[in-house]
Design a protein around this ligand. Structure first.
Ligand SMILES: Nc1ncnc2c1ncn2[C@@H]1O[C@H](COP(=O)(O)OP(=O)(O)OP(=O)(O)O)[C@@H](O)[C@H]1O
Ligand SMILES: [Mg+2]
Length: 222
């Protein structure tokens, strides 16, 4: 399975992205130039389109207009199978509603994220993620038996297991107390710097906004 070689100075570059729902354009994503090792927040009130924007950036749901480049690759000109492969191998996603696989363990959720992308979860890296996110003790617990905060930390670990070049996180601290929110943001920031990944966080959380390099606000359109 071929890799995605990148010579672009950006992990993520967008131009003129317009988002629609029910056939109507309702939001514009400010142009993003996200360099490796940088963290950008995407802000906006509830319903402004942050999650819809992340779905477009992840290659899950197309924008109405505009271009989205992940590394050197124009995401939406790939065939669906290529987009799935790029997402699996290069993009780490933390969904607002987690989307863990309920019937299997925490550790199995992480391993499946690797095998679904045609990769293998590297044991040392897996252990580091479990330890740093404080989920070692629950590694064998089924995902449907976790608290919201535990599930959120597992979702973050899963997003990082394939050492992605781009991490997209949707409200990754919403279910966490201050201590765990701080630990999670520190971990994300560290991984971004160590791996030279870019991180885009959709958030209202002041604790997250304190940790970012820059902040972009969703704009209304239409
Ligand atoms: N599955 C869907 N089908 C139709 N409309 C949707 C769907 N999901 C979201 N929307 C609409 O799209 C708009 C943007 O929603 P979105 O979830 O992107 O906002 P958000 O900024 O992420 O909000 P929040 O801060 O509450 O998570 C809203 O008007 C919402 O009602
Ligand atoms: Mg949202």
């Amino acid at each position: 399975m071929g890799g995605f070689v990148t010579t672009s100075p950006h992990c993520l570059r967008t131009r003129g992205v317009l988002l629609d729902r029910d056939g109507r354009v309702f939001a514009r994503l400010p142009d993003v130039d996200l360099a490796p090792g940088r963290i950008v927040a995407l802000t906006g009130t509830s319903g402004a389109g942050k999650t819809t924007a992340l779905l477009a950036l992840a290659g899950i749901r197309p924008p109405r207009e505009g271009s989205i480049q992940v590394g050197d690759t124009d995401l939406w000109s790939l065939p669906p199978s290529g987009r799935d492969r790029l997402r699996g191998q290069r993009i780490g996603l933390v969904f607002q509603s987690f989307h863990l696989i309920d019937a299997v363990s925490v550790e199995e959720n992480l391993r499946l994220a690797a095998s679904c992308a045609g990769l293998r979860a590297e044991p040392g890296h897996l252990q580091t993620l479990l330890e740093t996110l404080d989920i070692v003790a629950i590694r064998h617990r089924r995902a449907d038996r976790l608290s919201q905060g535990q599930a959120q930390r597992v979702a973050v670990a899963r997003a990082l297991v394939n050492r992605p070049a781009l991490v997209l996180a949707d409200e990754p601290t919403s279910a966490l107390d201050d201590g765990n929110a701080r630990a999670l943001l520190d971990l994300l920031a560290r991984v971004v710097r160590e791996q030279g990944a870019g991180l885009l966080i959709a958030t209202h959380d002041r604790r997250a906004l304190d940790a970012v390099d820059a902040s972009l606000a969703m704009e209304a359109a239409g």
